[in-house]
Design a protein around this ligand. Structure first.
Ligand SMILES: Cc1ncc(COP(=O)(O)O)c(C=O)c1O
Length: 419
């Protein structure tokens, strides 16, 4: 039963020392992000980059990026530069533009809005039927959020055995009311990059907007490609790609909340921009869905990118890929465990045909890990980042022990996968 007691409005007048003590005490059982025990939620390249992000964030703690253009031209220039870095990294052509947002979900909302406006402006469609978005079953729920807000239908295509979208099935879902086709780089559940080139060709042939959701891979997968990891190209080099979402607060290693969305053509940025002319306070324009937003996030992203630069991201890609390989080796060395997909970047998803993986996850929970789960197929899931490296030996030892216990007891679990 949920606790329905309502907290009374505080009396106040409590000093920071007192508040800090209470907050520390109340969260003492919360997961410690430093310990690498959560499957997701926190991202790290190295300690120094983490400190740079934190210091820059605190230094610009009070600036409101809503007012960047009017009050903080220095901050506005940093924001523009961060977007330029992203356009460059993702091989956007001349004329490409971007928006600095508060997260992957907001980036996706903006791209979806732009796609809808373009469809409305340029395409004739069946007005009796709702517009639709066509995407793989693995596409992020942020598109469903956007679809609810915009009264749009979501159509989901099944996967091939390698867990990338089946392009033929995706193509068959497209009709005259399709305003957007989506593919992921990589998808969250299985960590694989969809066949972006093939989907791009399908989208172009159908004359439909293609969005690449690179919230996870956007700021790191290009560096994986550059170190010769064989990571597939997913960006504007594919001519059908009109927009890309790429989170800074994931593998850009910047503090939350920070993400970016990029458009191949500047006019599409105009389509995602909000403008209201008749308000008593005058013309109100935001490129974002949010109004006020932290200038701290902009400053911190600028600082982290300038701190890491080409060398730092290359190093991060090397460190991450070596760690992913070590995790994969350790996991697949445990009898009965297998990968559900070959990771393209940093997400691993594994399970078993020999025993109930959710029962293993329960054992891991009892050992104070916070595992991620996938439901189809039943699996465990982790988005690896460098805080997971010092935790690796312990994780694998606990996983071995958990598997052994589940095999011995033939235990089953009635857990359901919740994000
Ligand atoms: C592939 C993908 N897209 C979008 C998102 C949404 O990002 P956010 O949680 O920053 O809104 C996530 C989050 O994990 C993701 O993995």
């Amino acid at each position: 039963m949920a606790d329905t007691t309502r907290a009374a409005f505080p009396k106040g007048d409590r000093p920071w020392s007192d508040l800090e003590r209470e907050m520390r005490q109340r969260t003492s059982d919360d997961a410690d992000w430093r310990a690498g025990r959560t499957a997701i939620f926190f991202f790290m390249a190295d300690q120094e980059a983490y400190e740079v992000g934190k210091r820059a964030f605190m230094a610009f703690f009070s600036e409101n990026a809503l007012g960047a253009a009017r009050a903080y031209p220095g901050l506005a220039a940093m924001e523009r530069e961060v977007l330029d870095y992203g356009l460059d990294l993702l091989s956007a052509p001349e004329g490409g533009r971007g928006v600095f947002t508060t997260g992957g979900t907001e980036s996706i909302l903006l791209a979806t809005k732009a796609a809808r406006e373009r469809h409305r402006a340029l395409k004739s469609h069946n007005p009796g039927a709702p517009l639709n978005i066509v995407m793989p079953v693995t596409g992020h729920p942020a598109f469903d959020k956007a679809a609810i807000l915009m009264d749009v239908e979501v159509r989901r295509a099944p996967l091939d055995p390698d867990r990338r979208v089946n392009v033929e099935a995706l193509r068959n879902l497209i009709d005259e009311n399709t305003m957007m086709v989506v593919a992921s780089a990589p998808c969250f559940p299985h960590g694989v990059i969809d066949p972006i080139g093939e989907v791009s060709a399908v989208a172009e042939a159908a004359g439909v907007w293609m969005h690449v959701d690179a919230c996870v891979g956007g700021w790191i997968a290009p560096w994986f490609e550059r170190i010769g990891r064989g990571t597939p190209v997913f960006d504007f080099r594919h001519s059908g790609v009109r927009s890309i979402s790429a989170d800074l607060h994931k593998f850009g290693f910047a503090p939350k909340p920070s993400s970016t969305v990029f458009f191949r053509e500047g006019e599409d940025l105009d389509r995602s921009t909000f403008r209201l002319g008749y308000w008593p306070s005058g013309m109100y324009t935001t490129a974002t869905m949010s109004g006020s937003r932290p200038g701290a996030a902009v400053a911190a992203a600028w600082a982290v990118i300038n701190h890491l630069g080409v060398e730092g991201y290359t190093r991060a890609a090397r460190n991450l890929s070596a760690m992913v390989d070590r995790y994969v080796e350790g996991i697949t060395a445990i009898e009965g465990l297998e990968l559900w997909a070959k990771p393209d970047v940093t997400i691993i998803n594994f399970g078993s045909n020999a025993f109930d993986i959710y029962a293993v996850a329960e054992q891991m929970r009892a050992k104070k890990w916070i595992p991620g789960l996938t439901s189809a197929p039943r699996g465990m899931h982790t988005m690896l980042s460098m805080q997971h490296e010092p935790a690796r030996e312990q994780y694998l030892a606990d996983l071995r022990e958990s598997v052994a216990a589940v095999r011995a007891a033939k235990s089953k679990s009635d857990l359901t996968a919740t994000y």
